[in-house]
Design a protein around this ligand. Structure first.
Ligand code: AMP
Length: 464
């Protein structure tokens, strides 16, 4: 157990670490921070939840010089959602360093406002490869002063076809920079990228000691394709009936079409279920992520890529409705459950034809899979498995200077709700979402419509 003050970090960064309540370094931090702070290139095998963001975040903040108005650190992430999370985490770590300018630049967002905010180079950019490449090409962003390049979730970026964009970006930035590569898995392609873009990197692999390894129980059920909807509803019904009401399940499908169909089928069967995939508009995706995180959707059905945006520490149950095409993706999926010492259950449905894929997983694991016979009973009468909360949307946000406290104030003040019935509040640029205990959601809606928020009347409506 090593504490952060053994590191040569700026006092401002040590202060942030203390405010955030990080008492000791996580294993990834303890191994990667010393070489990173010496300026070495590092390749680290690290999952979400390992503390990797704080590791590279602290290191890059240590390197930048705020008085030099130049882009000095670039973090590339596979998705906008991850880029948002990373930006948020770095901002928190930078809280005690005055005047640090960080910009998030992602695709799927209009270019105009991004160009407008680039009149001066920020110190740090966090973004997705395609959009960052575009800005470097247009010279709306200048890479000549970059000291640190971070490739976060590098394996996913390769999966998503960003290899060329990354190579092009590297060709457009300062020749001498430190490259920090983080990846959950180490396929040959990652080794090849490391060889291409890193100099004598320090390798960090962290094998959690046995007693700290999260207890993930894995179960495989063989089912015929036509049985899958009943099997899923039955498995979810069991879990969502016995829980404390705060359960969240993530269901993976291999195809977008299937994601929609499964979510609709679950909805029809009385579950608060939503679909998440890349064909959806960004705003709809944000909305789904908000509703899942704030407990007003109990089951999220998603494709692998779309699920990367989820920022939820430990899901109690992960279901593969379709077995993953390759063992690495399977490992990724089950890694969404049982984090940080909490137990989790990962269930995989597998049709007889998909058995070879299960065999590949078995081979990678090196241990036999646990096949459990599933007795599927015909669907009983419809039982409701609703999420404990319901989301209200307010058509106002940061642009209207609306803050979470204003919404909380309106609900607990005039509307007369107790704070315990109000859940997560998310404020975006032009809208805000608040989770309310399901039973009181209508009352909250009426009161908000009748009263005012921050002295003004905004449109409020329920979701779902
Ligand atoms: P990440 O792996 O970067 O997604 O981080 C996972 C979570 O661990 C985040 O919520 C961090 O705030 C938290 N975290 C990072 N470093 C530490 C630490 N040293 N001690 C406790 N929590 C940490």
């Amino acid at each position: 157990m090593t504490s952060f003050d053994t590191l040569p970090l700026k006092p401002a960064l040590l202060a942030s670490v203390e405010t955030l309540g990080y008492a000791t370094m996580t294993p990834v931090q303890a191994q990667s921070l010393p070489p990173m702070l010496e300026g070495r290139d590092v390749i680290a095998q690290a999952q979400t939840g390992s503390g990797k963001t704080a590791a590279f975040g602290l290191s890059l903040l240590q390197s930048i010089d705020v008085d030099t108005i130049r882009l000095q650190a670039l973090v590339l992430c596979p998705t906008r959602e991850l880029a948002d999370q990373v930006s948020k985490a770095i901002r928190k770590l930078a809280a005690n360093i005055p005047n640090v300018k960080l910009l998030t630049l992602c695709g799927g967002m209009p270019l105009g406002p991004q160009l407008a905010s680039l009149t001066h180079d920020p110190h740090i950019v966090v973004g997705t490869p395609g959009r960052v490449q575009e800005h470097l090409k247009r010279e709306s962003l200048h890479g000549g002063g970059i000291k640190v390049l971070v490739l976060d979730e590098a394996d996913r970026m390769l999966d998503m076809g960003f290899t060329e964009a990354i190579d092009d970006i590297i060709g457009r930035i300062a020749k001498h920079h430190q490259t920090l590569l983080f990846s959950a898995t180490y396929p040959d392609e990652i080794r090849a990228v490391s060889k291409r873009v890193q100099r004598d990197p320090v390798e960090v692999t962290v094998d959690a000691p046995a007693d700290e390894k999260p207890a993930i129980e894995q179960r495989f059920h063989e089912v015929e394709p036509a049985q899958k909807p009943d099997a899923l509803a039955q498995l979810l019904g069991g879990v969502h009936a016995t829980d404390t009401g705060m359960n969240q399940t993530l269901v993976f499908c291999n195809m977008r079409r299937e994601v929609d169909a499964v979510a609709q089928e679950l909805d029809r069967r009385g579950f608060s279920a939503l679909a998440l995939h890349g064909d959806m508009e960004q705003r709809d995706r944000d909305e789904v992520l908000v509703r899942f995180a704030n407990h007003s959707c109990a089951v999220l059905v998603a494709t692998d890529v779309a699920a990367r945006g989820l920022d939820i520490a430990a899901l109690p149950l992960v279901v593969s409705y379709d077995i993953a095409h390759d063992p690495e993706t399977h490992t990724h999926r089950i890694g969404r459950t049982g984090r940080a010492g909490q137990s989790g259950l990962a269930i995989t449905l597998c049709t007889p034809r998909e058995r070879p894929k299960a065999a590949n997983i078995e081979e990678l694991n090196g241990t036999p899979l646990r096949w459990v016979p599933l007795k599927i009973s015909p669907a009983r009468s419809k039982t409701l498995h609703l999420a404990p909360m319901k989301t209200l949307v307010i058509d106002a946000g940061r642009q209207d200077k609306l803050r979470p406290g204003d919404i909380l104030g309106a609900l607990t003040g005039d509307a007369g709700l107790a704070a315990k019935d109000i859940g997560k509040i998310d404020v975006f640029a032009t809208r805000a979402y608040v989770a309310i205990s399901r039973a009181l959601a209508n009352k909250a809606l009426e009161r908000l419509r009748a009263g005012k928020i921050k002295g003004r009347n905004f449109r409020v409506r329920p979701l779902g």
